[in-house]
Design a protein around this ligand. Sequence first.
Ligand code: 5AD
Length: 374
Amino acid sequence: MTPLDELLERAVATGKFDDAELERLLALEEPEEIHALFAAAYEVKRRCVGTMVHLRGLIEMGNYCRKDCYYCGVRKSNPAVRRFQLSKAEILADARLADEYRYGSIVLQSGERSDPEFVALVEELLREIKALPGAPGVTLSLGEQSREIYDRWRAAGADRYLLRIETSDPELYAKIHPPECRYEERRAAIRRLREAGYQTGTGVMVGLPGQTVRHLVRDVRFFQEIDIDMIGMGPWIPHFQTPMGKDVVFSEADAERNLLTGLKMIAVVRLVLRDVNIAASTALQALDPAHGRERGLLAGANVIMPNVGGVEHRRDYQLYEGKPGLDENAEKTRRALEESIAAVGEQIEYGVPGDPLHYHRRIAAVAEKNGRKE
Ligand code: 5AD
């Protein structure tokens, strides 16, 4: 056995690595070695969460945003974006469609807003979506909010929340955000979500300018440290109307490298965190339209978030360039996914919310600990 085989065998059995070993895995370049890494991660996925794919119907509710992140195409100071906000009726129509498709869960995503009108809209939506016949799980992806707002939405029925840390390194964080976006506040918001009782997800962008393998190892340690339930990671893709993307020449080789680094991160996170849900992000698909997300599944991801909204505003919600499926309606997306998932030998699990097993294990562990105290 080669040293890599030995390392991967131990990885499958225990998931325990030191930082140097994680760095080594993330730095693999040889195709056969990368393949061995993905195969090991797939084995851990099979054992720890199984090979059924969970779908989350993604509804992009609106692109008004108070933030000005240097990487994001819908940042508030991009004047070229046509701003939109879907009405309650439009969002509910999309949610009904996801429910008819038996997707099992729905994600409401939007630019960051906290005005009372928006908070109330989300609250009303949650009550109505949870009352749909399939009682779908609902995930929010609505940015940094106060504990009070997180509590209100949780009370109205939200099950999960996604808030990426983007990078766990404070210095790199400061380089990709304007000064008013504070790393500590981001971390505190993720902590608040956990305290408010959400199944909590976070994640990072991979391939950021100045990001090294060391940063990525730190990201994995961050996920471990905060005991996260769900992970969504994707390659950074330059957007020409953003400070980070405007002067960048992004060659095919750059795209392939970011894609591969994204896939290696999925594999390493699966090896280390074991029973969490990991999304094969749309950004993977943007860089490899035919196979990006399926390659994510084979590297250890178990969740896909197909768009269920209409195509009317797809172009107005381009966080990065090359967003796939701009003209693809929800039905076409659904059929294409069925086929491509079957092609990699997996199946979609319909009609169940698909909670991260990690969440139930940590809740059970807390209950047991409390029981012992009595
Ligand atoms: N490339 C890749 N991902 C991006 N996001 C925003 N802009 C980009 C980009 N240019 C991601 C961020 C955010 C999520 C909704 O989209 O990680 O959290």
